[in-house]
Design a protein around this ligand. Sequence first.
Ligand code: EPU
Length: 343
Amino acid sequence: MIHIQSQINLKEHNTFGISAFAKAYTNITTVTQLTDALSYYHDQEVFLLGGGSNMLILKDIEKPVLHLNIKGIEILEENKDHILVTSMAGENWHEFVMHCIENNWAGIENLALIPGNVGTSPIQNIGAYGIELKDVFHSCDVIDIKTGEHKQLSLADCQFGYRDSIFKNEARGQYVITAVTFKLTNLNKTDNYDFKTSYGAIQNELEQLDGSLSIEKVARAVVNIRSSKLPDSKILGNSGSFFKNPIIKKEIYDDLLRMHPELPHYPVNDSLVKVPAGWLIDRCGFKGKRYGDAGIHDKQALVLVNHGEATGSEVLQVARTIQQAVKDRYGIEIDTEVNLINE
Ligand code: EPU
């Protein structure tokens, strides 16, 4: 049984807090409801909504919206070192991270406080502070939207890259992710675990905190750093990093470095370098600027914010202005990380 509601405002269901209506909206809490809804809408394209944390909605959504709120966490397999834990797609990411920490399962503590749901974490291969989802990913359960077939995709199947996966490329729009299985280190049974604390900001923060090194302490450090730079979307609408950090050729980086010796960078390989978009945007003078209710966060220039009633188009206008300014000043094109919803 599915319950379809009409003209539902999605403002509470996207972290940017953009007011936009779903013509038809169904809250999905079980896999059965999901398969029922997919067969009901078999001849129409549906719009899958998870935590709404990585999208900028530009207009009302005409497609039927399926809001994936399927919950549940279970242990699939446990051995001396590892534990396979499956989370259903609708679990909140940060709550899942905290659940793992409480149970002494290590591996995702660096990813604390990332907004969104577990089910959407593989799409952009979420990452922060030296860890990416792919480092702990085992597999995910999906349903093929057209055929209704249930499948399991492995790490290799998902073709993860920096903020990238098969779900953004050849499998775009093909699947609903219903559950994700993680391979974590079971600290109840082993001490053999490499904490990922080499990322500068974490090391500095850990030194400020009491107690011996633990996954709980690492998560606390990450939460402190993130909360000092990234706004809480319940208070100030945002989607985390709005842009991806651009990856440029080393020759271009070397030229830029001559003109801007303080430009930070992360080497990708021998010929490519990643530079922080936040730094470029900051140096163009955008940090803290406001255009009506749309603006740039005052503590992190990579984050666009909605001060209240901004529309998606107003936020996009700010993004386009930033992209042009960065291009004019540094010759670098920066791409949006956030999905622009215009359908
Ligand atoms: N910087 C500035 N001004 C700013 C922002 C940044 O000068 O306004 C400089 C910083 O001083 C630093 C560099 O730019 O030298 C990088 O900044 P930061 O360490 O804050 O990280 P980031 O590159 O901006 C990335 C991820 C974040 C993730 C952090 C930590 C992307 C697009 N963003 O940000 O992910 O939390 O690293 O690992 O890769 C997200 O995807 O939503 C997100 C928040």
